[in-house]
Design a protein. Structure first.
Length: 105
């Protein structure tokens, strides 16, 4: 699993039939900052993830990739490589809350 931030969405009107009706999000994985290990920073990568939970822009989410992305009931028959499996409420590093959904919006 990876921690990622939703940075946008993607619309594709032409796609394989099994993907019709699925929301696609642009997500950017985050990691611990090497300089300041009490904060999160972008990895500089971007992925497209299938979202069956209703995540929105600016939210942190849990994603999984590869064959694990097809282990949810909603995605087991889909040709996907990245899926949102959770919407993050808080992230704590050591004794500090570095992200809280309640204070981000």
């Amino acid at each position: 699993m990876f921690l990622a931030k939703v940075t946008g969405s993607l619309v594709a009107t032409q796609k394989v039939e099994t993907m019709v009706g699925y929301k696609l999000l642009v997500v950017e994985p985050f990691r611990l900052d090497r300089e300041s290990p009490r904060q999160l920073v972008s990895t500089g990568r971007t992925f497209i993830a299938v979202d069956t939970l209703g995540a929105g822009p600016g939210e942190f989410v849990l994603i999984t990739q590869g064959s694990s992305a097809r282990l949810t009931p909603e995605t087991k028959q889909l040709p996907v490589d990245t899926v949102v499996i959770g919407i993050v409420d808080q992230v704590h590093l050591e004794d500090q809350c570095v992200y809280s959904k309640d204070t981000e919006r």
